[in-house]
Ligand binder design. Structure first.
Ligand SMILES: [Mn+2]
Length: 310
């Protein structure tokens, strides 16, 4: 399959790389890692990156201004995403061919080439493997982005998805000459005082029902602390990990889009089916979904407890 995808790259003059909205380090890392490699290997092709931007973009490349017409006749890569609701818009539908390189647990029926490795630490690990197998050179800017993607999603090689393949891919990236201390420093920046204080808000206001810890963050709460919706939800979800007697935890955050983002995490019992039942997706132990503001979110908490009871 890698070789067929390589062939598609050769056939297309225009390549657009997209990833999930509200990008994290893996979304950016896999997107920009692929971007820099294709730019160098195919200097005469137009390679574009599209998507929303946020403060996880610690790379020296802003998103391009890409319009729906640009997608016509293009080859689109979707990295770190494989369900339509994870994407910012549906412009990719106008592409000539669509490739998915992902590690989320989805079926992705809408692409021409689908490679989903749900056991992989990160999409960046898979992109590294793709570039290596197809002998596309990985320049150092690319390796830098890919390494940060792997480190971001595996939490520095700590999470379950970390395997010998993860280390093999990291070794390939390391050998391009990246400075991993710089990579770690880029991720671990000092945070804003308001973000730090907001962590205190989350820790003081979460609740527990049976075996589920949860917090509901209203728009008002966010404005009071001046924190972004992305930080309030994904940026603080892990504060609820490691509570005795708690199996799963969830963060409900009212987003700027007017919906409530639900971030689900679980110690061991898969929580993905709960996310999917609300139209979301993700991984077995870490997933997300959206519900309407005003929706009875305690129903979601109850559903999680039911799954725990088995
Ligand atoms: Mn990822």
């Amino acid at each position: 399959m890698f070789n067929k995808i390589y062939h598609e790259i050769r056939k297309h003059d225009k390549i657009i790389i997209i990833r999930h909205k509200s990008p994290d380090y893996d979304a950016y890392g896999s997107q920009l890692g692929l971007y820099y490699a294709l730019k160098q290997a195919f200097p005469h092709k137009k390679v574009l990156v599209d998507g929303d931007d946020n403060n996880h973009n610690i790379f020296k490349k802003a998103m391009d201004a890409v319009f729906v017409d640009d997608y016509k006749d293009s080859l689109v890569f979707i990295v770190d995403a494989s369900s339509e609701n994870m994407l910012l818009n549906d412009y990719y539908k106008y592409a000539d061919k669509i490739v998915i390189l992902d590690h989320h647990d989805n079926d992705a029926p809408f692409a021409d080439y689908v490679i989903i490795k749900k056991d992989y630490s990160s999409a960046a690990e898979l992109v590294t493997e793709f570039l290596t197998s197809t002998k596309i050179n990985i320049p150092v800017e690319s390796a830098n982005a890919l390494f940060i993607g792997i480190v971001g999603d595996s939490n520095r090689f700590l999470y379950k998805g970390t395997t010998s393949n993860t280390f093999n891919m990291a070794a390939i990236l390391f050998d391009t000459g990246i400075n991993i201390v710089d990579c770690y420093n880029a991720i671990q920046r000092d945070e804003k005082e308001s973000d730090k204080r907001f962590r205190g808000f989350v820790l003081s206001n979460f609740k527990i029902k049976e075996k589920v810890a949860y917090i509901y963050i209203s728009r008002e709460d966010r404005l009071k602390y001046d924190v972004s919706d992305c930080f309030a939800s994904r940026g603080t979800i892990n504060l609820l990990s490691g509570i005795e007697g708690v199996e799963m935890f969830v963060n409900f955050t009212e987003m700027d889009t007017g919906e409530v983002n639900c971030e689900f995490r679980s110690k061991e019992i898969p929580v993905l089916e709960v996310a999917k039942s609300y139209g979301g997706g993700g991984h077995a132990l870490a997933s997300g979904a959206r519900i309407a503001i005003g929706y009875d979110y305690m129903e979601v908490v109850d559903k999680m407890n039911e799954v725990i009871k088995g």
